[in-house]
Design a protein around this ligand. Structure first.
Ligand SMILES: *Cc1c(COP(=O)(O)O)cnc(C)c1O
Length: 347
């Protein structure tokens, strides 16, 4: 079996640019973006700012750099950041908040990656020289480890209110914000209005090979710009990759609904398989988490058995497995993956 026969459900980051996207990239007009004269990067930044209803946006190489520069631009060393205990920014960005921003983190509880305004109020430090200074709240939408959870939009204004009471800024880790928009029918600007900064990723379900953006006020984005340079993220003829991101914005948003339907199909089939626990009602977007509870089975050995039959999923925890749908996985692929799961689990 070659790699191209594999049904790769490890992540939506594995998507490869389509021939049409590659053509748009090959034809992109470019310049030196460190001098701010790459027309394609400029076009992307303007498009993103407009979609999010913000004054400005800046193109960066990765989602981690988007979050890291947004945090660095809105905090001082010694500050504390309030975020959910299951956040991507906490678990999967190599300790960026402490290493590059010098901040501590205060972790919030809450089911499926969601928290409340009262959780924020309880986490804010008193104004007293013993304590770190609370300065930023991060919300992740959709919430990856929460299970691709969509933040119900009416839960966000109370959190903004609590943050404003204490003079805290708010950052939206919107790596998969477009999935939330397609799942709810809400616009990206409706979500973004409650946040000082918003990051989105083009190399997840949107299918571009590289890139993320941070959007916010012109003043905040000027600060982000400086930290992008400091972190080594100033790129030169970046229009080549920005063109992939622009293509994704124009062509790959509404189709995220197909990924959501495929994830639901997979979750409903899994719910009927022996030794598997999952509540398909919790699958709202393109991420499926399930638990393996059959005797003698771990997430690791299930994933190895699936891999041998051409289906690739990710063990995350001793019994927990993640499968993510994306634009390089068709309905047929999901049906094949379900057949392989049934075969391996003996149902
Ligand atoms: C993928 C992801 C990021 C950024 O990841 P990179 O690999 O650095 O691009 C940030 N937040 C969330 C929720 C993500 O899933």
């Amino acid at each position: 079996m070659t790699d191209s026969d594999l049904i790769d459900l490890r992540s939506d980051t594995v998507t490869k640019p389509s021939p049409e996207m590659r053509e748009a990239m090959a034809e992109a007009e470019v310049g030196d973006d460190v001098f701010a004269d790459d027309p394609t990067v400029n076009r992307l930044q303007e498009a993103v700012a407009s979609i999010l209803g913000k004054e400005a946006a800046i193109f960066v190489p990765s989602g981690s750099m988007a979050n890291g520069t947004a945090v660095r631009a809105q905090t001082q060393p010694g500050d504390e950041i309030i975020l959910h205990a299951d956040s991507h920014a906490y678990h999967f960005e190599a300790g960026s908040q402490s290493a590059v921003s010098g901040c501590s983190v205060r972790l919030l509880p809450g089911p499926r990656g969601l928290f409340t305004a009262d959780d924020v109020r309880a986490a804010v430090r008193p104004d007293d020289s013993h304590f770190p200074h609370s300065s930023l709240v991060i919300v992740e939408n959709t919430h990856n480890v929460g299970g691709g959870t969509v933040w119900p939009i009416d839960r966000i204004p109370p959190i903004r209110e609590a943050a404003s009471e204490f003079g805290l800024r708010m950052h939206l880790d919107g790596a998969r914000l477009m999935n939330a928009c397609v799942a709810t029918g809400r616009s990206a600007a409706e979500y973004a209005q409650y946040f000082d900064t918003v990051s989105i990723c083009f190399s997840k379900g949107l299918g571009a090979p590289v890139g993320s953006t941070v959007a916010g006020s012109a003043e905040t984005i000027r600060r982000v710009h400086r930290f992008r340079k400091m972190f080594g993220g100033g790129m030169r003829q970046a229009g080549i990759i920005a063109a992939g991101a622009l293509y994704a914005l124009e062509h790959n948003i509404t189709r995220l609904a197909d990924d959501h339907a495929n994830a639901k199909l997979l979750a409903e089939a899994l719910a009927l398989m022996p030794g598997i626990s999952i509540d398909p009602a919790t699958v709202e977007t393109n991420i499926v988490f399930f638990d393996v509870n059959a005797a003698n089975r771990t997430a690791q050995n299930l994933c190895e058995a699936l891999r041998q039959k051409g289906v690739w999923m990710l063990p995350l925890g001793s019994q927990r497995v993640r499968a993510v749908t994306h634009l390089d996985v068709s309905r047929d692929d999901i049906e094949r993956a379900i057949a392989v799961l049934r075969d391996v689990l003996g149902s």
